[in-house]
Design a protein around this ligand. Sequence first.
Ligand SMILES: Cc1cc2nc3c(=O)[nH]c(=O)nc-3n(C[C@H](O)[C@H](O)[C@H](O)COP(=O)(O)O)c2cc1C
Length: 402
Amino acid sequence: MCKPLEIEKDIFYVGVNDRTKHLFESLWPLPNGVSYNSYLIVDEKVALIDTVDICYSDVFFRKITSLLGDRPIDYLVVNHMEPDHSGSIGLLVNKYPDISIVGNKRTIEMLKGYYGVTNNLVEILDLDTLNLGKYNLKFYLTPMVHWPETMMTYLQEMNTLFSGDAFGTFGAIDGGVLDSQTRIEKYWDEMIRYYSNIVGKFGSPVQTALKKLSGVEIDMICSTHGPVWTKNGRINEVISLYDKLSKYDADSGLVIVYGSMYGNTAELADTIAVSASQNGVKDIVIHNVSKSHESDIIRDVFKYKGLIIGSPTYNNKLYPAVESVVTSLQNRNLKNRYFGYFGGFSWSDASERLLKSFAEEMNFEVVASPVVIKQGMLDEVYEKANNLGMMMAKKLNSDNSK
Ligand SMILES: Cc1cc2nc3c(=O)[nH]c(=O)nc-3n(C[C@H](O)[C@H](O)[C@H](O)COP(=O)(O)O)c2cc1C
């Protein structure tokens, strides 16, 4: 069993890795696993920050015991009640019956609802502090990042922020817990996939939280998933990334998302991409909705400023997997995209109308007329597709030259 790692004086990592689960929230693939992070602060009083998924409680408790022996834990601070972090609370309370559980009003409601825990609760208000001896914890309520009870806990004397799911990423911890101890590049796309799929809807609350914390000196961020971000590592980049994603800002580049049964819509996608490329766009990603996982599509849509969606008409609607992507983007309140669309039909088109109303609802800037094929490809359709690729490239290039 891994011993708890002292990541900073008196702060110990007692989290666990999950390389077994295939789908996080039964939805999102975990090709590199995921970690459930928990931390112990050892002072005159001992505070545990969050717990882990109940499936890993055995390893978790053995880690804690190997560090503390018979010494009790005085406080559990609950930054987030999602069961991948709160799952071991029931067992924790059995093991440490005198432990005080610290949370806000919403946390306390959920503790009762999920685990029937109603004793030894310490309800804190925004900006309250808790003394542990030589260290003090300060609590920042950050509702809807990404649940209503979410809060962050700041260890004042160490400039360390325990941020809950914020700044977290998919990907188990392969040895190095600190970002400075591991090659961090492998986490980058997974962090965007995590943000865009799990937190993506809540750009505005994330912005509110970032503003609230803007005056706070932060040398280390301990989130509940993935590496610990440090001053000697990538903390500034991670904060900037969160800021950018939550503002729905994106890099110059193009995502083309399409569905196709018989190849006509796919051919249009390629034609548009070639035209965009010939007009100078280097970052182009094409996703076939029937093959790419939707979470990868959403990640790339959050990454890039240009978005073009294509769909055949299917039973007078969008192709089902395209409709699913469109709904997911609506759910995530995606903003500020250059948009184009294309489609196909055989007798009565719905794709053009539906993608047009999607663009209007999302307030996207439509860069060119849509391209729609009736049955097979015709020369005039190629021209329109070329035009769409070129107009998208012009938009993206003009941003780059600003
Ligand atoms: C199950 C099914 C339902 C369809 N529904 C419609 C429809 O409602 N209206 C229409 O005009 N075409 C409909 N089509 C025809 C397709 O939209 C058309 O063949 C299109 O070109 C397919 O694009 P693809 O070659 O990219 O697969 C349907 C095709 C299938 C297989």
